[in-house]
Design a protein around this ligand. Structure first.
Ligand code: ARG
Length: 469
């Protein structure tokens, strides 16, 4: 059994077996190996530059680390639980092969080491999640472009809802583009969070820096951090960047959950606006007719984990005295879980949207509801000089009049309209779906076909760019 490096001199006995199992982190922090090795290579390079180790020692250390990196990537490396974490597993394997590696930990503590690894990992994951978010935006955009009337190039109208009650007509593409906007904000939040995360703790040591002539600017530069962190105590104990990452992931998860909810509703027989393909639905073991939107439901459910992970981290941090405390090891499971959960959700949701199509007949049936156009009548009266409150009241009375006779607004006679208000005698002309949509062609951000087409083109262009928006 190998002795953990951190216990080598001070302790007479090894740790209790249950304690070892309790405190190990290698079962999850092995994921940090590329970042840990990159950090060690930068550190060794700096140690040689400042004359703390020789160039030969540096070269041997770096070569050894590169071999270990390849072994781990190929699954040929044996992780040992008794070596506790990724840092000690790698260093111990290296020291066994390269005697000079005993000098690698000079001027470094696992406290600044793990903080560095984690910042690098968050940076890498944010880039991967940005790709996933962009990919989902593209799928939303493609579905929006496909949301057309059957055999036509005209956008497909659907009812827009408030309080889940039919409100006003919109275009299905407009509805989907709302999610493209949300995901764009998620992407910008990740970018913004990385800005603050991208500073280097290396050289902060356990908490109080080092008496050795380290070059912190050099390691920061080698690892492509913006700069070294300015306070060694802050450097080893700050996990704001983990909290920010988890918040951004949770909010993105909530956006996906809301999208999931729309898709679940839309795929029900009550709406029947969409069909989700067989590849992204499941059957029931009991009811032969069922086709269930399980993928969307799981995405909605997993957003709970993302919120939970943020709460776990914030709760863990809140009572910690300065500086490093072992509690901080508990930052990793929620971080890894949120990154993985969000990545896989983004991936399957993109596939699900690609396998989804609209059912134009059902959408058109729903959007024919004349009540959706009541606001158009009120606006019509406003154009004739009535105050909106008054117009709203009059049209409301017309809705009631129709309801009392079990009719729709379209069934009211000219005479009845005239009685409500002479300005509404030609209500039938206003009560046209196309009219409601066309009159929204000029207002920026409104669901008129021309506005929606312009937004669609804008997003196409933005998402074509390498970095996106
Ligand atoms: N596995 C530890 C963590 O994740 C590494 C740092 C340990 N440092 C210490 N002083 N025990 O936080």
């Amino acid at each position: 059994m190998s002795t953990p490096i951190s216990r080598s001199g001070r302790f007479a006995a090894g740790p209790d077996a249950a304690v070892q199992r309790y405190s190990e982190s290698i079962s999850f922090d092995w994921r940090l190996y590329p970042q840990d090795i990159a950090g060690s290579i930068a550190h060794a390079t700096m140690l040689a530059k400042t004359g703390i180790i020789t160039r030969r020692e540096r070269d041997r250390i770096i070569k050894g680390l590169q071999i270990i990196l390849r072994e781990i990537a190929r699954g040929q490396f044996r992780w040992k639980m008794e070596l506790e974490d990724v840092h000690m597993n790698i260093e111990s394997a290296l020291t066994r092969r390269v005697p000079a590696a005993a000098k690698l930990h000079t001027g470094r503590s696992r406290n600044d080491q793990v903080a560095t690894d984690l910042r690098l990992w968050v940076r890498d994951q944010s880039a991967a999640l940005d790709k996933g978010l962009k990919n989902l935006q593209q799928s939303l955009l493609k579905l929006a472009a496909r949301a057309k009337r059957r055999g036509s190039r005209d956008f497909l109208p659907i009812p827009g809802y408030t309080h889940l009650q039919r409100a006003q007509p919109v275009l299905a593409a407009h509805h989907l583009l709302a999610y493209v906007e949300m995901l764009a904000r998620d992407r910008s939040r990740f970018r913004d969070a990385v800005q603050r995360a991208n500073v280097c703790p290396l050289g902060a040591g356990a908490l109080a820096g080092s008496s050795l002539p380290l070059d912190r600017r050099m390691t920061a530069r080698l690892l492509e951090f913006r700069e070294p962190m300015a306070n060694s105590m802050d450097a080893v104990s700050d996990r704001d960047f983990v909290a920010e990452f988890l918040f951004v992931a949770a909010l993105a998860g909530i956006h996906l959950s809301r999208l999931a909810e729309d898709l679940i509703l839309w795929s029900s027989a009550e709406f029947a606006f969409i069909r989700i393909g067989d590849s992204h639905t499941t059957g029931s073991s009991l009811m032969p007719q069922k086709k269930n939107p399980d993928v969307a439901e799981l995405g909605r459910g997993k957003s709970g984990r993302l919120i939970g992970n943020l709460t776990t981290l914030l709760t863990m941090l809140k009572g910690l005295p300065m500086t490093y405390n072992r509690d901080l090891q508990e930052d990793k499971p929620p971080l890894f879980d949120s990154a993985g959960t969000l990545r896989s959700t983004l991936e399957v949701f993109a596939g699900m949207l690609d396998a989804t199509c609209f059912n134009p007949e059902a959408c058109l049936r729903a959007v024919q509801d004349p009540n959706l156009l009541a606001t158009e009548l009120a606006d019509h009266l406003v154009k004739r000089g009535l105050p909106f409150r008054k117009a709203h009241h009059l049209v409301g009375a017309a809705v009631q009049l129709a309801e009392q006779q079990d009719k729709t607004l379209l069934d009211l006679t000219r005479g009845e309209w005239k009685k409500v208000h002479p300005g509404l005698t030609d209500a039938a002309r206003i009560l046209r779906l196309d009219n409601a949509l066309e009159t929204r062609n000029r207002l920026f951000g409104a669901p008129g076909p021309r506005q929606v087409e312009a937004q669609l083109q804008r997003w196409k262009k933005l998402l074509r760019r390498v970095s996106g928006e």
